[in-house]
Ligand binder design. Structure first.
Ligand SMILES: Nc1ncnc2c1ncn2[C@@H]1O[C@H](COP(=O)(O)OP(=O)(O)OP(=O)(O)O)[C@@H](O)[C@H]1O
Ligand SMILES: [Mg+2]
Ligand SMILES: [Zn+2]
Length: 468
């Protein structure tokens, strides 16, 4: 048996330390080191062990290149995020806050597949079989031929996977933090256990062409708990997020070896489980107030999908020496930039005011195309004039105050027109070809070259008249 020794492993980043310290040298986290017993490292390289057998090399093009068939759940919102179905032999990690609905989502996906005749297994390390049955019952899925187990021992799970030969197509491990390998002394949930457990399961899955879906818990900071290394070991990382106080949930791909990232799937949490939301824009705009100053609609894009959301700004006089800047759902650095550009290029005064920015509905926006909508919301709140209700905005703002092109204006315009918007404020077209493409949507276009133009346009008589 290999010699074991105690080491201290950072539970955030997986860095190994020989002594305990309060702060991890590698990632800077405080109090994240935990003692774990690991097998002593191999002495210097390969040493004098057996001579290796040379690996075989192959052509890129296989002889009879087998086409992989992805397993499609027919839950569109789910399939789109996975890149068009689950790839055999791939490993997927799905993270999310406690109680957000990870088990529900995966149970629904597995049942959908099982009902299409795909052999699926669901291993719960957190719930007893009866609890999973109870959930399936509530979701109306108890008739689905899913193979259910409650276990946390990786050796047993792997044995079952091997037993099912190549019949098994998908296995869900809920969650990876509860799994343990009995040859490792650390407690379940520690970096070493999580890593070793995932490694063992992935190894068998690759060999047998089984797709594995791991549930992973997230830390307070919103990262998948324990090791970042886990994110490197899997092919796809999905996050299931959403504001607990809102009904909708967003499934987002942050890494995908077999498909595009930044695709989203939108669901609504209902009694009978997660229901797909086919028109998220309508959902996000549902509670928009008429004639409220400081509200602008962004014609955004999430992956390939247009999403309209409301950007709310409040500019209020401040009594503090350092006025507040609070941002929810957007990047505070970008807010600071848009404010600075508005002040220096348009002569607007925001210093001495508290500024709050909120993306309504609890969704998080990361694309720079939101700049123009944020600027419009800020100008509107500052002036106290509401923006016309039927207007959308998109465009990136540069430091010189210029408004820059963003991806896929045609898709954004089409979605806005579909939802009944009449005018779009957007960057100037660079070419006639672009203009032609966008011209197809039945919506009036206001081309904005710079932020100064935006301020002037919003103050102009025609815009003012529309909310008079
Ligand atoms: N009877 C019910 N009616 C409506 N919604 C319910 C009902 N029971 C549970 N839910 C919803 O399901 C959520 C729990 O879902 P689920 O157990 O799938 O989450 P999870 O992410 O797996 O949680 P955990 O991290 O605890 O494993 C609850 O937060 C609640 O919103
Ligand atoms: Mg769960
Ligand atoms: Zn660390």
């Amino acid at each position: 048996m290999a010699k074991t020794r105690a080491t201290y492993i950072c539970q955030d980043c997986g860095a190994v330390h020989s002594k305990w310290t309060g702060k991890c040298d590698a990632c800077g986290a405080w109090n994240s080191l935990a003692e774990e017993v690991t097998e002593a490292a191999l002495p210097k390289g390969l040493g004098s062990g057996r001579k290796g057998r040379a690996v075989a090399f192959f052509d890129l093009k296989g002889e009879d290149s087998k086409k992989i068939t992805r397993n499609i759940t027919k839950i569109d919102e789910f399939d789109r995020v996975t890149g068009g179905g689950l790839v055999p032999g791939s490993a997927i990690l799905i993270g999310g806050d406690p109680g957000i609905g990870k088990s529900t989502l995966l149970l629904q996906a597995v049942c959908a597949l099982a009902m299409n005749g795909v052999r699926c297994a669901y291993v719960s390390g957190e719930e007893a079989i009866d609890q999973v049955r109870l959930r399936a019952d509530r979701l109306g899925l108890s008739h689905a031929p899913v193979e259910l187990a409650s276990s946390t021992n990786v050796r047993d799970i792997v044995a079952a996977m091997e037993d099912m030969k190549n019949d098994l197509k998908l296995i869900v491990i809920d969650s990876i933090q509860t799994m343990y390998v009995d040859t490792v002394e650390s407690a379940p949930g520690t970096v070493t256990q999580v890593r070793t457990s995932a490694q063992e399961i992935i190894r068998v899955a690759k060999k047998r062409g089984i797709c594995v879906m791991f549930v992973g818990h997230v830390t307070k900071e919103g990262q998948i708990a324990g090791p970042r290394v886990l994110e490197h070991m899997v092919d796809t990382v999905l996050y299931f997020e959403g504001d607990r106080s809102h009904q909708f949930r967003i499934l987002r791909a942050v890494k995908n070896r077999f498909g595009p990232t930044d695709e989203i799937g939108v669901f609504e949490m209902a009694h009978e489980g997660l229901v797909q939301v086919e028109n998220p824009s309508a959902l996000f705009l549902a509670q928009r107030q008429a004639d409220a100053a400081g509200s602008a609609v962004l014609a955004g894009l999430e992956g390939t999908r247009p999403v309209l959301v409301e950007v709310q700004a409040l500019v209020a006089p401040s009594s503090m020496a350092n006025p507040r800047r609070a941002v929810i759902g957007w990047d505070s650095g970008r807010l600071a930039m848009v404010l600075a550009v508005l002040e220096s290029r348009c002569g607007l005064q925001f210093s001495g005011a508290d500024i709050f920015l909120n993306i309504a509905g609890g969704i998080r926006i990361s694309e720079p195309a939101a700049d123009l909508a944020v600027a419009a919301a800020l100008i509107s709140s500052l002036s106290g004039h509401a923006l016309p209700m039927d207007t959308v905005f998109f465009g990136e703002v540069g430091l010189a105050g210029e408004v820059r092109q963003v991806a896929q204006p045609d898709v954004r315009l089409k979605e806005a027109a579909k939802l009944g918007f009449g005018t779009a404020f957007m960057p100037s077209f660079k070419s006639e070809k672009n203009r032609e493409m966008a011209g197809k949507a039945p919506i009036a276009i206001e081309e904005i070259g710079g932020l100064a133009d935006l301020a002037a346009a919003l103050a102009s008589a025609s815009v003012q008249k529309r909310y008079a």
